[in-house]
Design a protein around this ligand. Structure first.
Ligand code: GAP
Length: 537
């Protein structure tokens, strides 16, 4: 079963240390999130997979890491100062501000239709550069990484002697002062992009556009997104960004529906033409602003025709945060492993009913929070046994923990969840934050503990992967914990491993348990590195 709601993902991410609201202890900062111990691993693995596929495994790509702060002129000539805007409206009744194209003429806060006319709101953040604060000493935090690539085009060309077609890839932070950041890490004010600017001969751009669309689709599938959850949307001409001749949006079925995961734009010669000097002599086809400031001619010398030309650009631009969200959405599953006993189900049902009553009666609860809690509780209540795994997410909804009876509900559900359900992330092993967890069957058996710790260390060193040792619970509970964070394999060291069990043929072996099948097998300790080599790709 795929993720049912965003709340379930938010709850898991917070509970298990993937993603936390930014500046949480000070009440947060809207549109910012912090990636915790597991989130940073997942994100790094996604970025590494992208870099490997797009830089190392291709013959036509170079990498770059440009500065976030750039000369303000970059954003003048890129067109962002003038056009990187969203339509802003104010609600005259409650004074809330909204992005006009997100609200269909009705204020989501108070329901009023008394809104101002939309006006353009520039989404670039400004910051002061240097000690003097005046109208000229500011820079923008980049709203896309792309411009760092364009302004380095001549540098890369000169230092690598590349021939067209070739591309430059970059991963880095981007910042947008979104009017209404929302939907967890889907729309935030600080995020990361994985961008490629691929430079091609004019006239070949349509074929390359299609090739990149196919390549990028195949790559998202290779990291685990299913074809059923991916769609291509051809952006209508009227909605194209100011630089684009044509754009395909690669859409993923997030819990909020199909939304953009990556944009693949055909940017013509707009960018290199905009940032180039001597524009009049370059035969630029795009409509660009006259540039009196650039010191470089951003052209390519074609050895065949012996002339300088401005390359066209295809730009596959993916969001890292949206990528992480898509991976989590795709991987999330709740599975019933064995039936819940009738008594336990009844106890949870009773606790849920009491909780719902208490929520309904609570006058201190914010009405919107109360409605959200009741709506979710009602959905669970339709079949408590089938939806029991959603109770932690229900209790993580804003306001829920302020209800005294939430503790009782959690207490009743917990044992049933431990025995009968598991939440599991079916992440591709290569992307999983932790690859292998090692447990001792008994934590007070020094030889077993030492062997388990040694295995963890050896695998860590051998496979250059994140492994963990854990002895903080019974084995069943430890398996559940690792399932929930997507660890593909768990190893248990027991008395048989040490030759102290009933079956001497098991000496030197450990139990390896597979996350997805939950099957266990005995594997020789010395063969573990080999065993995992293929299975963790
Ligand atoms: N250089 C082209 C460019 O920036 P874009 O469609 O505006 O194009 C590319 O952004 C990708 O960046 C999007 O497909 C999305 O994945 C991600 N992205 C854009 N704005 C975002 C935001 N506010 N929060 C999270 N990700 C965002």
């Amino acid at each position: 079963m795929p993720a049912v709601t965003m709340d379930q993902l938010v709850s898991l991410c917070k509970r298990r240390g993937f993603i936390f609201p930014g500046s949480d202890i000070y009440g947060g900062l809207q549109g910012t999130y912090d990636f915790g111990p597991l989130g940073v691993e997942l994100k790094n693995n996604l970025k590494a997979a992208w870099w490997r596929a797009n830089v190392y495994e291709r013959d036509d790509m170079e990498g770059l890491d440009a500065a976030i702060l750039m000369n303000r002129l970059t954003w003048k000539y890129s067109g962002h100062e003038e056009t990187f805007t969203d339509p802003l409206v104010d609600c005259r009744s409650c004074k809330a501000r909204w992005r006009a194209d997100h609200i269909q003429g009705v204020c989501p806060n108070c329901g009023s239709k008394d809104l101002t006319e939309p006006r353009p709101f520039n989404m670039m953040f400004k910051t002061q550069v240097g000690p003097v604060a005046d109208d000229t000493s500011f820079a923008y935090l980049r709203p896309e990484t792309a411009q760092g690539i364009f302004v380095n085009f001549a540098n890369v060309l000169a230092t690598t002697s590349r021939k067209l077609p070739f591309g430059i890839a970059q991963i880095g932070k981007a910042f947008r002062n979104e009017i209404n950041p929302r939907n967890f890490i889907f729309r935030v004010r600080e995020f990361e992009q994985m961008e490629i600017e691929f430079f091609v001969m004019p006239g070949t751009e349509d074929a390359w556009h299609q090739r990149w669309l196919d390549d990028r689709m195949a790559w998202w599938r290779s990291v685990g997104l299913s074809s059923d959850n991916l769609q291509v949307y051809t952006v209508p001409k009227a909605d194209l960004a100011h630089y684009s001749k044509a754009t395909y949006d690669l859409m993923y079925r997030f819990p909020i529906g199909f939304e953009e995961l990556e944009g693949i734009a055909s940017r013509s010669d707009y960018d290199l033409g905009s940032h180039s000097k001597d524009q009049a002599n370059l035969g630029i086809s795009a409509k660009v602003m006259e540039n009196a400031d650039s010191t470089a001619r951003l052209t390519y010398f074609d050895p065949e025709t012996k002339r300088h030309l401005v390359p066209f650009v295809i730009e596959p631009s993916a969001g890292v945060d949206r990528g992480v969200l898509a991976l989590l959405t795709e991987a999330y599953d709740e599975e019933q492993i064995k039936p819940v006993s009738a008594e336990r189900a009844q106890a949870v049902r009773d606790a849920l009913a009491a909780f719902v009553k208490s929520v309904g009666r609570n006058e201190k609860l914010d009405p919107a929070q109360r409605d959200a809690i009741l709506e979710r509780a009602e959905a669970i209540g339709q079949d408590v046994a089938a939806h029991m795994a959603q109770i932690p997410a229900l209790l993580d909804l804003p306001g829920a923990s302020s209800i005294e009876l939430s503790k009782k509900l959690r207490g009743q559900a917990d044992p049933a969840l431990d025995e009968s359900y598991r939440t599991v992330l079916h992440l591709k092993p290569a992307l999983a934050p932790i690859k292998v967890a090692v447990f001792p069957l008994k934590r007070n058996a020094p030889e077993i503990v030492a062997t388990a710790r040694e295995i963890r260390k050896t695998l860590q060193a051998d496979g250059n992967m994140r492994t963990v040792y854990d002895d903080t619970g019974a084995i069943g509970k430890l398996y559940r914990r690792q399932d929930e964070i997507g660890t593909p394999f768990c190893i248990t060291v027991d008395f048989d491993t040490l030759g102290q069990g009933k079956d001497p043929s098991l000496t030197g072996t450990v139990t390896v348990r597979d996350r997805d099948t939950m099957q266990q097998e005995r594997v020789l300790m010395r063969e573990l590195p080999e065993y995992f080599r293929d299975r963790l790709r």
